[in-house]
Design a protein around this ligand. Structure first.
Ligand code: NAD
Length: 400
């Protein structure tokens, strides 16, 4: 008799992706890569169904990502008994109806940020998930960069001492051309907030992870480009540029900033913009404590600047750390240091960690609880813009 151990069959996980635009396609692709990049998890995703209201996108997405079928009806996808996890990757206006229906059907939910259009919608989705006891995940993917994970480890281990400062920014130019089309991102009804919901949600999540809860803030926002060309329905992305044709109004902000005071006593700033010239995808933070400083910028995702003085004045200064197999998750992608990882690799890590939390039945971070914390900060941001004063961050009560 052959006594060699027979490997256990992979744990099946039935996947549905709703919205097969940019992000939905990324989520689907990352599930396909999960067994190759994270074989040790023993998870076998079954690509059950994808949904998009544009039939060609649903069909093409299904063919590319290997879904068993495609549909234009997201309700039907959620109802499929083969589906265990529902990924919500539509424009923000559909996050609440899709996520709430999936939660009501007992499915585990991964929702793209900013989750709800408005903080109250996010809070309502988080409350429903909590009540139903499902496992959730949220697309705060920048946390998963190996050197960011390393930074989180250093902070949690107390290597930075007491945190005194946090400066976070997300400066991008995707909307800097006034001929960039009026996609759903510029429409308050479809998107909710503009740069604040889209970009500051990432900054606020990183800030929470690195400096803890925010106590108070005072905020400012601005719209630089008031009108944009109307897009062709069902075509293009928010990077599409169109000259000529009718214009429509931009109904949310291009820019947002805030002075922030953290509960731990740290002081900070958040700044986000979608029309800036120069930075392309500059999600960056600097966190300082009584023991040192860490700096990171997504535009140089595989590097981290670390200042941990050791009492040797003649070589006092920051050092650059390059990502390598000694940092979390890096070895799942490359065997040697400085072999650069990219954006989609973070989404593979994200999918793997979410799938693991579902299979283990153990809620991980970041999930809807973390999105709820971010929503509380963004709600205080909105109140501060209206009042022109410092506002306290408080739990959000009531339905969306
Ligand atoms: N985490 C990140 O780094 C990141 C990056 C980009 C986008 N996002 C988020 O992902 C989400 C999607 O953004 P995107 O850039 O992929 O948008 P997108 O416009 O490219 O894709 C949205 C898709 O939803 C489809 N859709 C619209 N109505 C639908 C319906 N009724 N049923 C099914 N599908 C429908 C659209 O046809 C489109 O294909 C947003 O919430 C956005 O904030 C996150």
């Amino acid at each position: 008799m052959d006594e060699r151990a027979v490997p256990a069959p992979p744990a099946r996980l039935g996947v549905a992706v709703i919205g097969m635009g940019w992000m939905g396609s990324v989520h689907a692709r990352c599930y396909r890569l999960l067994p190759q990049r994270f074989p040790e998890l023993g998870i076998g995703p079954q690509m059950v169904v994808c949904a998009d209201s544009v039939e060609a996108r649903a069909q093409e997405g299904a063919a590319r990502a290997g879904f068993e079928r495609a549909t234009t009806d997201w309700r039907e996808a959620i109802a499929d008994p083969q589906v265990d996890v529902v990924h919500v990757a539509t424009q923000n206006a559909l996050h609440a109806p899709v996520a709430l229906a999936a939660i009501a059907a007992g499915k585990h939910v991964f929702c793209e940020k900013p989750v709800g259009r408005r903080p109250a919608e996010t809070a309502a989705i988080a409350a429903a998930a909590r009540a139903a006891g499902i496992v959730s995940g949220v697309g705060y993917n920048y946390r998963w960069a190996p050197v960011v994970q390393y930074a989180l480890g250093l902070v949690r281990a107390g290597r930075l001492g007491t945190i005194t400062h946090f400066r976070g920014r997300f400066l991008v130019g995707y909307a800097r051309d006034p001929h960039g089309v009026l996609s759903w991102r510029f429409d308050r009804e479809q998107s909710g907030g503009g740069a604040v919901a889209d970009l500051m949600s990432h900054v606020a999540d990183l800030a929470h992870a690195l400096a803890g809860p925010v106590e108070r803030l005072v905020a400012n926002r601005h719209t630089f480009i008031a009108e944009r060309p109307l897009p062709v329905p069902g075509e293009g992305t928010h990077f599409t540029v169109k000259r000529g044709g009718p214009l429509g109004p931009v109904t949310n902000e291009d820019y947002g900033s805030a002075l922030v005071r953290f509960a731990c006593g740290a002081q900070g700033t958040y700044e986000v913009c979608r029309i800036i010239n120069g930075p392309k995808c500059q999600l960056a933070f600097e966190v300082s404590g009584t023991g040192g400083t860490i700096r990171w910028d997504f535009e140089r995702m595989n590097e981290l600047q670390l200042y941990l003085p050791d009492g040797t004045p003649e070589r006092d200064g920051p050092v650059w750390v390059q990502a390598g197999p000694e940092h979390p998750f890096f070895a799942n992608f490359n065997p040697g240091p400085a072999l650069a990882m990219g954006y989609e690799d973070l989404k593979v890590i994200e999918a793997a960690q979410f799938a693991k939390s579902v299979i283990d039945g153990k809620q991980g971070e970041p999930g809807l609880a973390e999105a709820d914390r971010v929503a509380q900060v963004l709600a205080a941001f909105d109140r501060s813009v209206d009042s022109g004063a410092w506002e306290t961050v408080t739990p959000i009560s009531g339905a969306a």
